[in-house]
Design a protein around this ligand. Structure first.
Ligand code: DC
Length: 237
């Protein structure tokens, strides 16, 4: 079990997906589950602030991820291809809103854990290493400057045929950072035993190689508990 967490647009999706492919392991894009749930709530006219009503939709959602040729899977929900809607920035913002509700987080917990199957799972999100898979054998926290993350998101959206303006993206990323880091339930934070990598200025390939090195390194792949007073492992790629 490998957990890859970090803020919005830190490159987690690209790197985690590529790693899963290389290892021939399963892949969980946990953010997509929050996005899908937000979209499903809006489709049914449920206000996003109504956490318990939103959470109650989870059992009705038949979600399938189909591996595509690129670094993103196609996403099917109850037989409908929702890939484009799920990837849109608005869905990310809506996901971040419902994600602050403990009922929503609890409803998605088992869904996420069910992805853990042999031979292994690479999971990307905000609380993979802290809450959903606390026993992961490798936990990585990927970070990058907000400006770099906005640039990456811009490029990613353009490649998906979605137009977005840089100032708006920067603002969006900053807003989401504040919400995801400051919510009382499962806030975005590096697990004490996570390897923190600042990926600013480094391409995805380099980040991937760094994580692979952690996996094969003699000591790095071992689970590690921080002793009291010990700081996180911080590293740049
Ligand atoms: O990774 P993403 O941008 O697709 O995630 C969208 C939002 O979903 C993110 O801003 C916060 C929420 N989320 C979460 O709270 N916990 C996760 N494990 C994954 C996503």
């Amino acid at each position: 079990m490998i957990a890859i967490d970090g803020p919005s647009a830190a490159g987690k999706g690209t790197v985690a997906h590529a790693l899963a492919r290389k290892l021939r392991w399963h892949f969980l894009d946990s953010g997509a589950l929050y996005r899908i749930l937000a979209l499903a709530a809006l489709q049914r006219g449920i206000p996003l602030q109504q956490g318990s009503q939103v959470a109650a939709l989870v059992p009705d959602l038949d979600i399938r991820f189909d591996p595509g040729d690129d670094d993103r899977d196609r996403i099917w929900v109850n037989g409908q291809d929702l890939t484009t809607a799920v990837r849109a920035e608005t869905a990310g913002r809506q996901a971040s809103q419902i994600a602050a509700d403990p009922a929503v987080r609890a409803a998605l917990l088992q869904r996420q854990r069910a992805f853990r199957q042999a031979p292994g799972l690479v999971a990307d999100g905000r609380d993979m290493g802290t809450v959903v898979f606390p026993d992961a054998c490798l936990k990585v926290f990927l970070d990058a400057s907000p400006e770099e993350r906005a640039r990456r998101r811009h490029r990613q959206l353009r490649m998906a045929g979605i137009e977005a303006k840089m100032p708006a993206l920067c603002e969006e990323i900053r807003e989401r950072d504040v919400r995801d880091r400051n919510r009382p339930h499962s806030p975005l934070v590096a697990a004490p035993d996570a390897v923190v990598l600042d990926t600013t200025g480094f391409p995805a390939d380099t980040v991937l190689s760094r994580i692979e090195a952690l996996l094969t390194g003699p000591t790095d792949r071992l689970p590690r508990k921080a002793a009291s007073g010990e700081t996180d492992r911080k590293d740049s790629v």
